[in-house]
Design a protein around this ligand. Sequence first.
Ligand SMILES: C[S@@+](CC[C@H](N)C(=O)[O-])C[C@H]1O[C@@H](n2cnc3c(N)ncnc32)[C@H](O)[C@@H]1O
Ligand code: SF4
Length: 378
Amino acid sequence: MKCNFFEGGQCRSCQDIQTPMATQLAKKMAKLQDYFAPLTVKQWLPAIASEENGFRNKAKMVVLGAAHQPILGIVSPQGDAVSLCDCPLYPSDMQALLHRLQLFVQQAGIPPYRVDKQKGELKFILLTRSYAAGEFMLRFVLKSEQAIDRIKRELPKLQAEFPKISLVSVNIQPVHMAILEGEQEIFLTEQTRLEDKLNDVPLYIRPKSFFQTNPKVAANLYQTAREWVAEFKPNHIWDLFCGVGGFGLHCANESIKLTGIEIEAEAIECAKMSADKMGLTKVSFSALDSSSFAKNDQDPNKPDLIIVNPPRRGIGQSLCQSLSEFAPKAIIYSSCNPVSLVKDLQMIQGYHITKAQLFDMFPHTDHYEVLVMLERMK
Ligand SMILES: C[S@@+](CC[C@H](N)C(=O)[O-])C[C@H]1O[C@@H](n2cnc3c(N)ncnc32)[C@H](O)[C@@H]1O
Ligand code: SF4
């Protein structure tokens, strides 16, 4: 695919962007199978491709330049401020809004934060777009509360032009560090969560909760997990590292008990809202560490199917041991890191890997998601 920023050497985030999509996918598949060399996989399913462009629902823009000429983008490898409003990974309505936000910052007169001088106010603009309705969650990451009134003053005009902005908030990040956001979130709209829908499942996104960045591929991933789970007719599912509940909510129904565990309390609130909206009653979502939950769980009725979808570090030894001891009929592991995945799979005892499938969640990079099905040995 053509990206002028890549060709001009201004943004190198997508190192494979000039490689045809089919070749990218074949390369990823070959690498993934190399990682899996020490293991036996009964069936590799065909990889799921992504759209080539316009697939990304989240923009994290560094605010650069000066108050009279703000730039939303990145610092190029050459050290220049580059506006990435036209990055082809974003849908066109998102690109248009990013351009308008550049103007917004100028009209509001908010000075971008200068890392070198430790001066200025606005650090980042974070924009998330819902897949189902094209609504936006807009967040300003500020050094202090100083510029909030200027944002409030300009907001009505922006919202009149972009009525799909349904949530606006300010995040206060006072420290001079490379972290993206701080603890304090101030909502400037009544709405405090963005509603989305993947397949037939309503999902809610809070400012700090994790949400997959390629919604079309994510919808396919959840639907696939739902189909794999259905083959086992489980009575009780655990969804560990559940985030806002995408996997578990796709797999549960009125007769299946669902337990979702996630460390981030805001994500758990979202998952509960979805379950309410779906009318699911046999669900329990809790904000806990997955490994401790599994280790300390006293319930004699263990799940007969467990889904795990950890961050890049994987699930680790303790959870692998708990899973091996519980011995559910099946385990479904969704991973964005083949290295930790293979390490974990080698630690889970008593299972065959029956199916694996690659989902191209992050085209043009060497990252991807893998869904693996483990069935208990007879
Ligand atoms: C890759 S995301 C998956 C989220 C979700 N399954 C989805 O499909 O959107 C990993 C999730 O694990 C959560 N997490 C990180 N460490 C955790 C821990 N120790 N225990 C439980 N959840 C954790 C993160 O907050 C994040 O929501
Ligand atoms: S992130 Fe956007 S601008 Fe940067 S290389 Fe990828 S497509 Fe181009």
